[in-house]
Design a protein around this ligand. Sequence first.
Ligand code: SDX
Length: 434
Amino acid sequence: MSGKTETFELRDGASGRSSQLPVRTGTIGPAALDIAGLHKDLDVFTYDPGFGATAATESRITYIDGDAGVLLYRGYPIEQLAEKSSFMEVAYLLLLGELPTSRQLEEFTGNIRYHTMLNETLLRFFNGFHHNAHPMAMVSAVVASMSAFYHDTMDIHNPRHREIFSHRIIAKLPTIAAAAHKHSLGQPFIYPRNELDYAANLLHMLFAVPCEAYKLDPIASEALDLLFILHADHEQNASTSTVRLAGSTGANPYAAISAGVSALWGPAHGGANEAVLAMLEQIGSVDHIPKHLAMAKDKSGHFRLMGFGHRVYKNFDPRAQIIRAMCHKVLARLGRADNPLFELALRLEEIALKDEYFVSRKLYPNVDFYSGVIYSAIGIPRSMFTVMFAVARTVGWVAHWQEMISDPGMRIGRPRQLYTGATRREYLEIARRG
Ligand code: SDX
């Protein structure tokens, strides 16, 4: 564990018992009270549903300051990486902890590039899905099924096996994503092309057809590469915590990543980008914004302003600001500067951020609020938005899985509970019940 430790004493006035809680300090951010001895000393648990104030682990990968709107990948500000880096370089940084040299990046990119094809038998799995299956259902299922194909490198305690897994899953996710899309269209799968970079290859597999040459739009691949950088990691979010918990049991890494895909799918998490577009289309026009803001405040209803709010950011999500700026640039370069959905999103943000309900609760646009505008503008259908998020976040999931599995102190995750159910009672035969 990093940092110096001091100690907090917690005393139970009634019994006079006390517990010494070591304070663990990191490099930046809040210190953490080590409560591991609390139950033994005082026979109590801590209580924190949703883990809003609980550090489940130590990590060196990503740092977020929610109040200041700061996001660092291995110490590098997201704004600088968004402006100067590439998704493959960011993937290397998140996985290995340092920015690569040219030779290291070339070698890493080559390892990814030459693992993009799927086993032909695995491609046949897609034919088992109904044509209108949600792509996230197909992606989570096929990712889990990869463990049935790669028995040779499944020793999670073998660093080389872990490295091969990392390359394979990052390389193959775009191919799986594109295959899910092609299946839903009833079109033939398009194989990856080794001369294309990561984002361009995915666009080619998504949109090319065998009967004509596909003309790649450099703006689209530039925008997608940037979106991948912004979505690559985000410390202990719900899907990453799911990957860590699943991986902590010793489950194979493909199963752990598949669990992360499933957790990301929820509209409160990665599924929000798809829900934002549905919401904007439901709102339809600026004059319907006040009605929908009222619905979002109505606790009796389920309507929420999708793409707004965040468990950690109580300031602007820096990724949302970068994506908003990118919207202007991409839409203008695509000749769609007057994109009605983007105009509506901008007005919705402007009006919501003048509304006391949102301001007092510090509800700002998050990463999902504007991303769908760009996905739509480059031709990606709404049902594929969360799949795009999963492709990018696979890098973060793998980085966290690697960090956990390579920690000799790793233990299976097993939260406790505050029990409020029935106390012991005796079984009653059915003939004697009510
Ligand atoms: C992602 O964790 C991560 O880092 C996730 C992520 C990542 O990169 O991995 O950043 C990606 O998941 C972004 C979030 C995408 N989800 C959405 O956009 C869905 C809409 N947002 C909300 O569901 C909500 O804001 C959450 C889920 C994001 C955060 O939920 P919290 O932290 O549990 O907040 P809360 O529900 O306790 O809300 C606090 C208050 C409540 O009102 P009061 O009880 O104080 O009166 O704010 C209200 C909430 O009702 N509120 C909203 C709202 N979000 C919170 N009201 C209307 N619309 C919203 N969007």
